[in-house]
Design a protein around this ligand. Structure first.
Ligand code: DGJ
Length: 729
């Protein structure tokens, strides 16, 4: 049993394979204190860490210093307004205008497995895979119940947390902040790792020292965003890829978020993660409940690499669903960089014909097939085929592509509406806007108000009709602007603060309906590249487009940052043409293939127009994908060198779970003259097995490859790469 309650000490203990998490109930008022999170321990007798015998004593013994107690005690879920002046995890506003609350433990439930979160993405696990603790806490004055849920997994060092708030009073209450997880810790000279970027350079890794006061990352853009990312890791200052304690937190949500640390006067650190309180205000009617999204926490005593592998296993086994969860994805060719908006049936069939001869398995038709969309200024919302471009409609095109032995996929951007669209002309009020204020455009488009069920139903009707109209086996679901001018005519004045979250619930509902009605569909999420590459989206789509930047060298940093949290199986990555459309760089075709191999693998080019020598390399790349994708998709990922840090070369490897096989990718970014080979120490192999590098005779022991290393010959020239396939002998 991975969750235990020790009644005498009033302690809850949650265990994962290598970590323990302890919660204590304190004093007569039943405060919920945080005792410990870290390396697995047997003992539960750690209540001395709550320091309830030292001054400031608990309020029942010494109410004179109640505030000192509240402001220093490590709390599980700190509340607002009564004397804990550190950041609070929850705050409210009553009809009388008061903002304070106090939570006291009332009862608990320990249940096998894990319940779904209604309408929200969340990790899953059945009996024997995980156990859930539900701590019921109440504020007796407000009659507010807060249920703190903790799920401890049996096979991975993860604790998943979420929070439900129920109004058991007779008057409405406004929730102004509901974080999903809070962690009170002693600061051990921690660093903070977060991910940052912009369009075309998403998720670059940033590591800095935790400093006094507040630090963190957030988004108030209505999406998890290009700029900052719903993830953070706290780690010992000297921790590296293989050593040191690391605490990772990831938010299973795709909208506004806040991930924050506060280092306070007593060197205690409070970390929290949840929906960003800016513009959030949720009206809770009597008997109504609010479910906050899930945050997942990983503990690693063995450095950053082990944290990443835990997240990868969690997401692959307990978050991603559907037919493609454990399946190889078809190699696709997408026409975006090939044609942009300038395509028709004839052009697409020509691309498909050539692609099918080279072994590519699916054609994806990108933006521009509907309404009168010939650039990005119109037609979003008019999900009707443009028969001028596609005579005979989708059915004809898809049948032709199928006849070539290829699958067919389609691009959609269902959340948007162009001012120049029939839909907008008919329903101008369907766009998110503040009455009386002209809403700002972005890429010349507005966002549909998906907090309104009739709009969600309409959009779903169009998606469903399109998918029924032909044999469409893949959807690229795009989202190309941030949310601003937050206003909905469907919400009362005192519910406008619900719009951001209700919008996300609308998006999740749409995707859930789609994958339920079309269970064989492969869904790839996308948001102007990688603005919504998050754990929330992974619940609906097994893969997400990583970035619009397809340059192999730019991708090294983007994919390194992405793989810090997400499995390679989820990273949308394609080989594109050169000079690269974003950065103008020319890289070898092989290198572009090696880099895309670390993701889903596909093409983003006009295969009828690329140089013949590149085209001739495609069949070998297709073979390479089929030879290694099972390993890449399912194996353990190890970082051997970090291009983000050294800015010279990149090196990573994937090892099969049975340690019989591994694939090392080495990319030399800039050639170093008179520097012929590099010693690379491999990781994750079995020290007692013997291995060979495919194509070579020499046999190495696993321990030699890992502890002493191998010599990798530097390729000649910039941007060159190589793969080393390592097999057990
Ligand atoms: C942004 C996506 O990231 C691109 O791949 C492409 O689909 C365009 N949108 C189309 O508008």
């Amino acid at each position: 049993m991975s969750v235990q309650y020790f009644e005498k000490e009033r302690v809850f203990k949650l265990d994962t394979p290598n970590s323990s998490y302890l919660i204590g109930i304190i004093d007569e008022e039943n405060f919920i204190g945080h005792i410990y999170y870290g390396k697995k321990i047997n003992s539960h007798e750690l209540t001395y860490l709550l320091r309830t015998e030292e001054p400031p004593f608990v309020p029942s013994k010494n109410n004179r210093d109640r505030l000192s107690f509240l402001d220093s005690c490590p709390m599980e879920y700190p509340t607002h307004g009564l004397g804990d002046f550190r950041e609070d995890a929850i705050s409210v506003r009553t009809v009388d205008g008061h903002t304070a609350l106090q939570l006291s433990y009332e009862k608990h439930e320990i249940c096998p497995g894990k319940q779904k979160l209604t309408g929200l993405p969340a990790t899953f696990g059945g009996e024997g895979e995980c156990t859930t603790l539900k701590l019921h806490c109440v504020d007796r004055i407000l009659n507010l119940r807060v249920i703190l849920s903790y799920t401890a997994f049996e096979d991975v060092d993860v604790i998943a947390r979420s929070v439900e708030v129920i109004n058991e009073g007779t008057k409405e209450i406004y929730l102004t902040k509901v974080m999903s997880a809070c962690l009170d810790m002693d600061n051990r000279d921690f660093d903070l790792i977060t991910l940052h970027g912009s369009w075309a350079r998403e998720r670059h890794i940033n590591r800095r020292r935790v400093a006094l006061g507040m630090q963190g990352v957030s988004s108030v853009r209505g999406e998890s965003s290009h700029q900052e990312h719903p993830f953070m890791a706290l780690l010992e200052h000297n921790a590296d890829d293989e050593h040191g304690e690391v605490y990772g937190m990831s938010f299973v949500y795709s909208g506004n978020f806040l991930a924050q640390t506060t280092l306070s006067q007593f060197d205690t650190l409070r970390a929290m993660m949840g929906i960003h309180p800016t513009d959030f205000c949720w009206k809770l009617e009597p008997q109504a409940s609010f479910q906050a999204p899930e945050a997942v926490m990983v503990y690693s005593a063995e450095g950053i690499g082990a944290m990443s592998r835990s997240f990868h296993d969690l997401f692959r086994n307990h978050l991603i669903r559907g037919e493609y969860k454990d399946k190889k994805r078809p190699i696709l060719i997408n026409n975006w960089e090939a044609t942009y908006f300038d395509f028709n049936t004839e052009k697409l069939i020509a691309i498909a014909k050539q692609a099918s001869e080279l072994g590519i398995e699916m054609l994806v038709m990108d933006d521009g097939w509907f309404g009168h969309r010939n650039d990005d200024n119109s037609s979003l919302g008019d999900w009707f085929v443009n028969e001028e471009k596609l005579p005979g409609g989708l059915k004809y095109l898809v049948d032709e592509v199928n006849r070539l032995g290829m699958k067919f996929g389609i691009w959609m951007e269902p959340e948007m509406i162009s001012p120049d669209s029939d839909l907008y002309r008919e329903h101008p009020d369907w766009a998110i806007a503040i009455p009386g204020r002209t809403a700002g455009l972005c890429r010349n488009q507005y966002v549909l108000d998906l907090s309104r069920q009739e709009i969600v139903d309409y959009v779903y009707g169009r998606i469903s009709a399109i998918l029924h109209s032909a044999n469409i086996e893949y959807v690229k679901w795009d989202m190309n602007r941030q949310l601003s001018d937050i206003g909905s005519i469907g919400l009362d004045a005192d519910r406008q603060g619900e719009l951001f979250h209700r919008y996300m619930l609308g998006v999740y509902q749409l995707q859930e309906r789609m994958i339920t009605e079309f269970p064989h569909l492969l869904l790839e999420n996308c948001s102007g590249g990688g603005a919504r590459f998050d754990a929330g989206m992974l619940y609906y789509s097994p893969q997400i487009w990583c970035s619009d930047d397809t340059d192999a060298i730019e991708r090294l940093e983007i994919q390194e940052g992405t793989a810090l949290v997400y499995p390679l199986s989820a990273m949308g990555a394609h080989v594109s043409d050169c000079p690269n459309h974003t950065v103008g760089r020319v890289t070898p075709f092989e290198t572009r293939g090696y880099v895309a191999l670390a993701g889903t693998f596909g093409y983003e080019l006009d295969v009828t127009k690329i140089p013949e020598e590149d085209r001739n390399r495609i069949p070998d790349q297709v073979k390479m994908y089929h030879a290694y994708n099972d390993l890449v998709r399912t194996g353990d990922y190890y970082r051997l060198a970090s291009y983000s840090e050294n800015h010279k070369y990149d090196c990573y490897m994937v090892v099969s779970k049975d340690k019989k096989e591994a694939l090392v990718t080495f990319i030399q970014v800039l050639m170093r003259p008179n520097y012929h080979s590099r010693r690379i120490r491999l990781k994750g192999l079995d020290p007692n097995k013997n291995y060979r590098i495919e194509g070579e005779e020499r046999v190495y022991s696993g321990e030699a490859m890992m502890y002493a290393g191998i010599q990798v010959q530097n390729p000649w020239g910039d941007y060159q790469g190589k793969l080393l396939h390592i097999v057990e002998v």
